[in-house]
Write a protein that binds this ligand. Structure first.
Ligand code: NDP
Ligand code: 8X3
Length: 254
C-alpha cells in the first residue's frame, strides 16, 4: 500500500547481471521493486522468483525510447508509484575496437542507452524522488575514470554518468535527495557477451583466472548505500576485484 513507510525502488536493467542481483538483494531487505528491461520472459521469471506481483512490478520497455519510458511509468499502479529509490543500471558496451575501426551505429546505441535513456528516466522520476527525499544510484564504471584502448565511447558515456551524478547531487542537496555514482571494474555478467556480440571465447579469456567481481558484490554495495541514514551521501564508490589494478602509461615511439 501507498504509505509513508512504503519502500519502493525502481531498478532499470533488472533482467540480467547487476540489475537482477540488485533487485534480489533489495527485496531481501524488504523493498518492493519496479523491475525494467526489454526481455519480458526474464522479467516474468524475476517476478515469480521474488514473491509475485505484489513484490515486483515488471515494466518491459526499451529505455532508449522516450515515449515507451513515459508510457511505462504512467502505467504504474498506485501501490508501485511512490518510488523513493532509482537505480539507473541499464546500460551496455558495444565493441572493443580502436575508434577509427568502430561502427557509428554502435556508438550511437551506447549514447542512446547509457546517456540519453538514463537522463530521460531520471528526469521523469525526479519530482517523485524529491517528494520522497529519495536516492538515485547510478551505475558508472572504472571506465568513467580511467581510459583504456577500445574504451572510447563507452568510457565517454560512463564519464557522463559519473559527472551527471555529481551535478545532480549539487542541484538536489537542498531537496534532501541523495545521489551515488557506483564505478565497478571487471565484473562477470552478460556484459562481455553483449559487448562482443556473443563471443564466449572472449568472455572466458577476460574472466578466466581473474576472480572478477560478481553481480552480488555490486548488489551488496547498493544495499549499503541505500541503508545509510538520510543525512549520509556516498558520492562515488570505485570497486575493483583484487586481481585488477593499473598498468604503466604506454608510449608510442616513431
Ligand atoms: P548485463 O548485460 O548483464 O545487463 C545489462 C542490463 O541492461 C540488462 O538487464 C538489459 O536488459 C539492460 N538494458 C540494456 N539495454 C537496454 C535498453 N535499451 N532498454 C532497457 N534495458 C536495457 O550487464 P551488467 O549487469 O554487467 O551491466 C549493468 C550496468 O553496469 C551497465 O550500465 C554497465 O555499463 C555497468 N557496468 C558493468 C560492468 C561489468 O564489468 N559488467 C562494470 C562497470 C559497470 P534487456 O537486455 O532485457 O533490455
Ligand atoms: C565495465 C568495466 O573495464 O570493461 O564498465 O570498462 S570495463
Amino acid at each position: 500500500p501507498k504509505t509513508a513507510t512504503a519502500k519502493i525502488a525502481i531498478v532499470t536493467g533488472a533482467t540480467s547481471g547487476f540489475g537482477d542481483a540488485i533487485a534480489r538483494r533489495l527485496v531481501a531487505e524488504g523493498w518492493r521493486i519496479v523491475a525494467t528491461g526489454r526481455r519480458q520472459d526474464r522479467l516474468d521469471a524475476l517476478v515469480e522468483a521474488l514473491g509475485g506481483p505484489a513484490v515486483v512490478h515488471p515494466l518491459c520497455f526499451d529505455i532508449r525510447d522516450e515515449k515507451a519510458t513515459r508510457e511505462a511509468l504512467a502505467s504504474l499502479p498506485d501501490d508501485f508509484a511512490d518510488i523513493s529509490v532509482l537505480v539507473n543500471n541499464a546500460g551496455l558496451a558495444l565493441g572493443t575496437k580502436a575508434a577509427q575501426d568502430c561502427d557509428l551505429d554502435q556508438w550511437r546505441t551506447m549514447i542512446d542507452t547509457n546517456v540519453t535513456g538514463l537522463v530521460t528516466i531520471t528526469r521523469l522520476l525526479l519530482d517523485r524522488l524529491i517528494a520522497r527525499r529519495g536516492l538515485i544510484v547510478n551505475l558508472a564504471s572504472v571506465a568513467s575514470n580511467w581510459p583504456y584502448p577500445g574504451g572510447n565511447v563507452y568510457g565517454g558515456t560512463k564519464a557522463f554518468v559519473r559527472q551527471f551524478s555529481l551535478g545532480l547531487r549539487s542541484d538536489l542537496s537542498a531537496q534532501g535527495v541523495r545521489v551515488t555514482s557506483i564505478e565497478p571494474g571487471l565484473a562477470e555478467s552478460e556484459f562481455t557477451l553483449v559487448r562482443t556480440g556473443g563471443d564466449k571465447a572472449a568472455y572466458d579469456a577476460l574472466y578466466g583466472g581473474a576472480n572478477p567481481l560478481q553481480p552480488e558484490d555490486i548488489a551488496e554495495t547498493v544495499r549499503w548505500v541505500v541503508s545509510l541514514p538520510p543525512h549520509v551521501n556516498i558520492n562515488a564508490v570505485e570497486i575493483m576485484p583484487v586481481s585488477q589494478s593499473w598498468a604503466p602509461f604506454k608510449i608510442h615511439r616513431e
